[in-house]
Ligand binder design. Structure first.
Ligand SMILES: *[C@@H]1O[C@H](CO)[C@@H](O)[C@H](O)[C@H]1NC(C)=O
Ligand SMILES: *[C@@H]1O[C@H](CO)[C@@H](O)[C@H](O)[C@H]1NC(C)=O
Ligand SMILES: *[C@@H]1O[C@H](CO)[C@@H](O)[C@H](O)[C@H]1NC(C)=O
Ligand SMILES: *[C@@H]1O[C@H](CO)[C@@H](O)[C@H](O)[C@H]1NC(C)=O
Ligand SMILES: *[C@@H]1O[C@H](CO)[C@@H](O)[C@H](O)[C@H]1NC(C)=O
Ligand SMILES: *[C@@H]1O[C@H](CO)[C@@H](O)[C@H](O)[C@H]1NC(C)=O
Ligand SMILES: *[C@@H]1O[C@H](CO)[C@@H](O)[C@H](O)[C@H]1NC(C)=O
Ligand SMILES: *[C@@H]1O[C@H](CO)[C@@H](O)[C@H](O)[C@H]1NC(C)=O
Ligand SMILES: [Zn+2]
Ligand SMILES: [Zn+2]
Length: 370
């Protein structure tokens, strides 16, 4: 993927606008017809279940597919063009890094908890970019560097490499919806609500642009390969991805069963995904946040189906306020350097100084990682 930026940059503007998708929306869970519920296809990564219990040193049929998954999310440095089925040292290292990032026991083996985490639907933005991450696995070496000013601060929020943000002085950002998607007002209002959650804690405001083509943030549902080198993968698996500032592209997988309102946790359909939960997360990327190892943060990379998680937590708020400052009207308690949650037992380091995770700049395009 890294070698394809040039082609990518050239064909982006040509290919994106020609993709036509009628995404699957359900206004609420009672609107999901029984035929859909009874014929739910398996999630994109369900077959990874086969690798439960796999250990270093052995060879397993099809393990190369799991290696591709790890490579996709940035866990295999200097990846070869093809992968073998051997559970080799490199793969063991990748598994360990993954386990650190997701607060699992660091065993280097594909134990059940690790596989369950791997199969969860997630954001397409990589956890490790160009070998750099500020999720847990990248933290050891930052301890002494961040010693002086932020000693004893626990934070998990991260930024993209180079810490890109919308320019100083930006107050209002506009967003637009891909006209081909013909989204209903009900769907559009979900995005408006998601933007407002970030506006509430920063000085930014968001409004719908009169034209999709001139909007700062351009929202579109696409299926499969849609021209940016990051194809979507059908039901579950990758749900959405977004680019770092100031690119503004925000793509969602049109094959998901998107639930627009109501209590998604009560859905009979196991693959139902809450639209607002995913939107709030991706907007975090659009504004400059990378992935967080804090399970409760909106910027944690995975979200299970039938789950609703829309409230920014302190980790998200601290991260976004470090980039854009705080909304004077915001009465919550979080600030960037105060002492925070110690309950997770993570290293006492601050990661905000290290560049982070997820994006490359190439020919003026911020390239999305997932
Ligand atoms: C769910 O959506 C259907 C179809 O739009 C509608 O008829 C029904 O009233 C909605 N139910 C609730 C509880 O909103
Ligand atoms: C892996 O799992 C899939 C579906 O879960 C199954 O169809 C397939 O036979 C399994 N492959 C192996 C090698 O066990
Ligand atoms: C992987 O690539 C190497 C070197 O290019 C080649 O020798 C090998 O046959 C390839 N393996 C597979 C499984 O395609
Ligand atoms: C880690 O290992 C301990 C002891 O074996 C076990 O009790 C615990 O459930 C494991 N936690 C995870 C997240 O795998
Ligand atoms: C920490 O630094 C050592 C030596 O400089 C390096 O080998 C190691 O990969 C670094 N670890 C991380 C997580 O960056
Ligand atoms: C880090 O902080 C500790 C405790 O305050 C101090 O003893 C140590 O010298 C500091 N290390 C560096 C590299 O600043
Ligand atoms: C703060 O609240 C006042 C009064 O409601 C409003 O006029 C102002 O725009 C708000 N400021 C921000 C940054 O949201
Ligand atoms: C990746 O890291 C290397 C070494 O730090 C740097 O030279 C290179 O520009 C980075 N590439 C991207 C795409 O950020
Ligand atoms: Zn993400
Ligand atoms: Zn895309």
């Amino acid at each position: 993927m890294r070698l394809h930026f040039l082609a990518l940059a050239i064909c982006l503007s040509l290919s994106l606008s020609s993709t036509r998708v009628s995404a699957r929306f359900f206004p609420n869970i009672t609107a999901i017809p029984p035929s859909v519920i009874n014929n739910a296809p398996p999630g994109a990564w369900e077959s990874f279940n086969n690798f439960t219990g796999c250990r270093p040193g052995e060879k397993y049929d099809g393990l190369n597919k799991l290696k591709k998954y790890f490579d996709h999310f940035g866990y295999i440095p200097n990846a070869p063009s093809n992968f073998t089925d051997d559970f080799d040292d490199e793969f063991e290292e990748a598994v360990k890094k993954y386990q650190k990032n997701f607060n699992l026991n660091v065993t280097g083996e594909l134990d059940e908890n690790t596989l369950q985490q791997i199969m969860k639907p997630r954001c397409g933005v990589a956890d490790i970019i160009n070998g750099t991450t500020t999720m847990n696995s990248g933290k050891e070496n930052t301890t002494s560097a961040s010693n002086s000013t932020h000693f004893h601060t626990v934070s998990h929020y991260t930024f993209f490499e180079g810490k890109p943000r919308w320019p100083e002085g930006t107050q209002e950002l506009t967003y637009g919806f891909l006209p081909d998607n013909q989204l209903t007002d009900q769907v559009k209002s979900v995005f408006a609500t998601a933007f407002d959650r970030w506006a509430e804690v920063t000085t930014l405001t968001f409004s719908e642009a009169s034209s999709y083509y001139t909007a700062d943030i351009r929202i579109g549902f696409y299926t499969g390969d849609h021209g940016d080198g990051e194809p979507f993968d059908g039901v579950l698996g990758t749900l959405a991805h977004a680019f770092s500032p100031t690119n503004g592209r925000f793509h969602l997988d049109g094959d998901e069963e998107w639930v627009v309102s109501g209590d998604v946790t009560q859905s009979e359909l196991s693959s139902a995904v809450d639209l607002e939960s995913v939107a709030v997360h991706e907007i975090g990327h659009l504004l400059g946040l990378g992935h967080s190892s804090d399970l409760d943060a909106i910027m944690y990379p995975t979200i299970s189906s039938r789950t609703r998680k829309v409230e920014l937590n302190n980790d998200d708020i601290s991260g976004i306020q470090e980039l854009y400052g705080s909304n004077p009207n915001y009465t919550g308690s979080s600030t960037t350097s105060q002492e925070r949650d110690f309950s997770h037992g993570h290293h006492l380091t601050v990661v905000g100084h290290r560049w982070g995770l997820a994006t490359f700049l190439f020919l003026g395009f911020a390239f999305l990682i997932f």
